[in-house]
Design a protein around this ligand. Structure first.
Ligand SMILES: CC(C)(COP(=O)(O)OP(=O)(O)OC[C@H]1O[C@@H](n2cnc3c(N)ncnc32)[C@H](O)[C@@H]1OP(=O)(O)O)[C@@H](O)C(=O)NCCC(=O)NCCS
Length: 436
């Protein structure tokens, strides 16, 4: 754990959040990762909150072994018949968010947010979220990120969808492969081998993909079906791509869904595809698109401009459904803006409002010819101004949501919205390849 991650993990609870919850006779507590009994109660509350069944012993122990880096918060109602099971849960940990320019910025990833139906809509989430955002900011974490069950919840706290995800469905009979045919080789590997090599590949590619974060502990085992609580892991197939020099450059994990009425019309779902080179990308997609007995291929959490759309003979063979995916909330404007690169030089003044007061202020964003920014509070009068909320600034942060679009939607006010949009954009569409 980095110093920042440890500071975030071990930081005290927010006094205001404790006080507000205390006024309702509710107690906000940190759950120690080593306290197995308390952690298991906490996890059962999460399952209940997400409409899952009561967790089994196997699921509980598989989870307990993999939660050690998370800061676990629980809200307890001591008057409830089962006072050990929290009525609200909230977890976070420090990860690295990839930002434009092949670099990363520390981010507080937030997950497993639940409030029991018995305690909903009385401000429990608000207390936990505002308290934890203040705490993360105080610990020095510049950005918070999350994926959401409902897109209506988090805008009020300054979060915005900054990376969209594409759900792709390809009629493989119609869209024949028209892309390159690289000379390397594809080989089947075991799920265990996938589990072994995929993390390093993800780490080698993630910084070049704005919107990605480090893979949370436990996710690789879930993908590969190597957790004791994995469901139907035997359905998964894995392949690797090695280039002509014999270097490993990509992996894919997929599953078949057989069509009992017509064996030649089975479906394939891609669970993960990681490619370090264009050759690996082409070879893996080609392999999957040319599988015999398959009529349809689906893949979730893809880029909205997935290159494979340009590698099939008929663009209309592919259907792409786009949804919000990686939500970002800037906590420290100067640190966040200085961390990413920009496509052109220029200067703009940003006047940022924040309903929680954390990131409000007025800054000069000064970008040099190399696309590097300095951010200062010393703002000259002759610089074009953009007035926006922290939600809108967070939306454009990864370079995929255009400030010009937000201006057209009446969500930002800009002296020259198109020029500002050009400065804040980035040519690689932001993408996050999984949920957390
Ligand atoms: C979503 C959830 C955590 C909200 O908790 P809560 O304690 O009822 O929320 P609060 O009472 O603190 O509400 C805070 C604000 O969010 C709003 N809000 C809460 N849940 C909302 C929802 N599902 N959709 C839209 N707005 C919502 C409230 O109206 C309130 O708005 P306001 O303060 O601007 O008036 C809770 O309903 C839940 O556990 N849902 C099921 C699990 C889930 O989806 N969790 C989120 C995972 S990303």
């Amino acid at each position: 754990m980095t110093d920042l991650a440890a500071r975030h993990h071990d930081g005290p609870l927010d006094d205001d959040a404790r006080r507000v919850l205390g006024e309702q006779e509710l107690e906000l507590r940190l759950v120690a990762n080593t306290d197995e009994t308390a952690a298991r109660h906490w996890n059962q509350a999460v399952a209940r909150g997400f409409l899952d069944s009561e967790l089994t012993e196997v699921q509980q122990s598989a989870w307990f072994e993999r939660q050690t880096q998370r800061r676990l918060l629980g809200v307890y109602d001591t008057a409830a018949p089962d006072p050990d099971r929290p009525v609200a849960t909230f977890a976070s940990w420090v990860t690295e968010l990839s930002v434009p320019g092949g670099r990363g910025i520390p981010a507080a990833a937030i997950s497993t947010v639940t409030v029991a139906p018995t305690h909903r809509r009385r401000g429990v989430l608000r207390s936990m979220m505002t308290g934890e955002l203040r705490r993360a900011h105080a610990a020095g974490v510049p950005v918070a990120v999350l994926t959401v069950s409902e897109s209506t919840i988090y805008g009020r706290f300054g979060f915005a969808a900054a990376a969209m995800s594409g759900q792709l469905k390809i009629d493989v009979r119609r869209g024949r492969w028209s892309g390159p045919c690289p000379d390397g080789r594809i080989d089947f590997i075991t799920r265990e081998r996938f589990r072994e090599i995929a993390p390093e590949l993800h780490d080698r590619v993630r910084l070049d993909q704005p919107g990605e974060i480090e893979m949370p502990v436990g996710h690789w085992d879930r993908f590969a079906g190597t957790r004791p609580d994995a469901e139907k892991p035997e359905r998964l197939r894995a392949v690797q791509y090695t280039d002509t020099e014999g270097a490993l450059r990509g992996v894919a994990l997929y599953a078949y869904e057989e069509n009992d009425d017509d064996f030649a019309r089975s479906k394939v779902q891609i669970h993960r595809l990681i490619a370090e080179t264009p050759d690996a990308y082409a070879a893996l997609w080609r392999f999957l698109l040319e599988l015999d007995l398959v009529a349809e291929l689906t893949a979730s959490e893809q880029s909205v401009e997935e290159p494979v759309l340009w590698m099939i003979s008929d663009r209309r063979a592919a259907h792409l459904w786009v949804g919000d995916h990686q939500w970002v909330r800037i906590l420290d404007v100067p640190a966040a803006l200085a961390a990413r690169r920009y496509p052109a030089s220029g200067r703009i003044a940003l006047e940022v409002t924040d309903p929680l007061g954390i990131a409000a202020g007025r800054w000069l964003l000064d970008i040099d010819a190399a696309g590097e920014a300095t951010v200062s509070a010393d703002v000259p009068d002759d610089v074009p101004v953009v007035r926006l909320g922290v939600t809108e600034l967070s939306a454009v942060y990864l370079g995929s949501v255009s400030l010009a679009t937000l201006a057209a939607a009446g969500r930002v006010e800009a002296d020259d919205g198109v020029a500002a949009a050009a400065l804040l954009s980035w040519p690689v569409p932001a993408r996050l390849s999984f949920w957390y």
